[in-house]
Structures are given as C-alpha cells and as structure tokens.
Design a protein around this ligand. Structure first.
Ligand code: ATR
Length: 263
C-alpha cells in the first residue's frame, strides 16, 4: 500500500489528512493509498524521512517547523525549493528523496487572475513570505515587501527580488497578501499591520494566509469594502493539489479537496 503523510510538529491540527484522503477517495485510490499525519520532532526529522523511504512511502508534505530542514535531506532538490529555501513536498521514488515546493505555485493558482504586471504588497518576511515573494516576482508582479522588523524585509528582497517598503500606500496596490502570523492569536490586524479597514477597494484582491474556522478580521474588512478575498485554506488546497499530482501523476480533484479542507 503506497503511503503518504504530512510531517509537522505539532501536526494534529493539519487539514491535509482530511483533504488528501478525500482526494484519494474521489480518484478511486482510497482503498490502496493512505495519507496520515506524522508528528516528528525537529531532531528526529532527517532519520524519520530516511525511514519513510524504506517503509514504502510514496511522498510527504512537510510543514512547520521542518520546511527548511527538508532541504538537507533531499537527494534531489528542485530549483524552486532551492531558491525559496524551503520544501513542502517530498517524493520518494527509485530509492531517492526528491524535494520540491508547491507553496509558490499554489499561491498563484489560488489567485482569481494572473499577478503579471500587478502591483503587489506582501506583509511579512518569514518563511511563508519567501514562497509568496518568489512566486509573485517570477510571475511578473511589481512586489513591495513590508515587515515589522525592517531588516528582514530588506534581506528578503536582496535575495528574492521585490523592494522593501516601510510606509506602504494601501490604495495603490492591486494585490495585498498577509503572510504574517497576525490574527492567528486574535491580534487586531489593523493595529499590527500598515492597513486600515476602510482602505480597501473593489479593484483589489486581498489574500490572508492565516486561517481558522471563521473568516479573519482582515478578510472580513476587505470583503466589506468590496475587494476580492482569498483565504489561506484556498492556498492550502492549491498547494496540496499540486503535491498530489507529483505523487500520483493524476489530475487532482480540487473541488473534493476544497470541500474536505473546509469541513
Ligand atoms: P512563517 O514561517 O509562518 O512565515 P515566521 O518566519 O515566524 O513564520 O514569520 C512570522 C512573520 O509574522 C514575520 O514576518 C513577523 O514579523 P517579524 O519579522 O518582525 O517578527 C510577523 N509577525 C508576527 N507577529 C507580528 C505582529 N504582531 N505584528 C507584525 N508582524 C508580526
């Protein structure tokens, strides 16, 4: 039986098992393939991944805090993962560990329209921001990066492109992506981020990578102002769909994955 998993620490809250199990069932592979959550501590990560290769795993998703460490376990690293500096997908094939990153393409797929030629503002300069900035720059957007700690946005832009900004003009962007963790612990995004709730417009697309059971304060304000909104679950679904295609070679049943991830 080919096995799949998500590796994280903690990983109990992950929606990936439900989402991928629904996908496998929809593809008629549910009896044959299995997707599970595996909690692995950082110090055990490398050894565990090598074991998985021997145990007949076909692939894995990698999530917090292992995305950087996964680079070091790969026998073969995609150019995307190398440039972003993070891995979210492992493929076990021919006795080898191949590592890739579908977070970047997943973000682009979640957008309602191409970001090419658009003015984009990315908030944050952590791990999540790296894939987003890389994707948007590659797509041909004009990218500005704001971060609470200015030095981090400067470094990120030196490495991946885009330009740091300390005082973004909210109205001037076609696309605004929150990749900070603000909102996760109930913080008010309009206290912590350089945005005003009444500063969104109908011409804008607003993405919040933070998600929970209800729409975030940020997305509710953006939607109330008439902006197009994309939540972190949609990005999760799209990156998962691309991972599933790498493992199975089948077209991912995105609608079934979305329904399961939102359940
Ligand atoms: P991830 O891998 O999810 O991106 P991370 O690398 O810890 O996580 O990055 C968290 C991001 O959220 C950072 O950009 C962080 O800003 P700093 O670099 O200044 O720490 C941002 N962040 C977290 N809490 C924040 C807050 N209260 N206000 C503004 N930004 C915040």
């Amino acid at each position: 039986m080919p096995r799949l998993a998500v590796l994280g620490h903690p990983v109990g809250h992950s929606r990936s098992p439900a989402m991928h199990s629904a996908a496998l069932a929809e593809l008629g592979m549910g009896d044959e393939w299995r997707y599970e959550a595996i909690d692995v501590a950082p110090e055990a990560f490398g050894v565990r991944v090598r074991e998985m290769l021997r145990e007949g795993f076909a692939g894995a998703n990698v999530t917090v805090p292992h995305k950087g460490a996964a680079i070091g376990v790969a026998d073969e690293l995609s150019e995307t993962a190398r440039e972003i500096g993070a891995v979210n997908t492992l493929v076990f094939a021919d006795g080898e560990i191949r590592a890739d990153n579908t977070d970047a393409a997943g973000l682009l797929a979640a957008l309602p329209a191409s970001a090419a030629g658009k003015r984009a503002l990315v908030l944050g300069a952590g791990g999540a921001a790296r894939a987003i900035v890389w994707a948007l720059v590659r797509e041909g957007a004009e990218v500005a990066v704001w971060n609470r700690t200015e030095l981090r946005s400067q470094h990120l832009c030196e490495e991946l492109g885009g330009g740091p900004t300390t005082d973004p003009d909210q109205a001037s962007y076609d696309l605004i992506v929150n990749s900070t963790s603000v909102g996760l612990a109930g913080e008010d995004p309009f206290d912590e981020l350089p945005l005003r709730p009444e500063g969104f417009s109908t011409a804008q697309t607003v993405v919040d990578m933070v998600y929970g059971d209800a729409p975030t304060v940020l997305l509710r304000a953006a939607e109330a102002a008439g902006a197009t909104v994309v939540d972190g679950i949609e990005v999760l679904v799209q990156q998962g769909a691309l991972s599933l295609e790498l493992w199975t070679g089948r077209e991912a049943p995105v609608e079934a994955m979305r329904a399961a991830a939102r359940r």
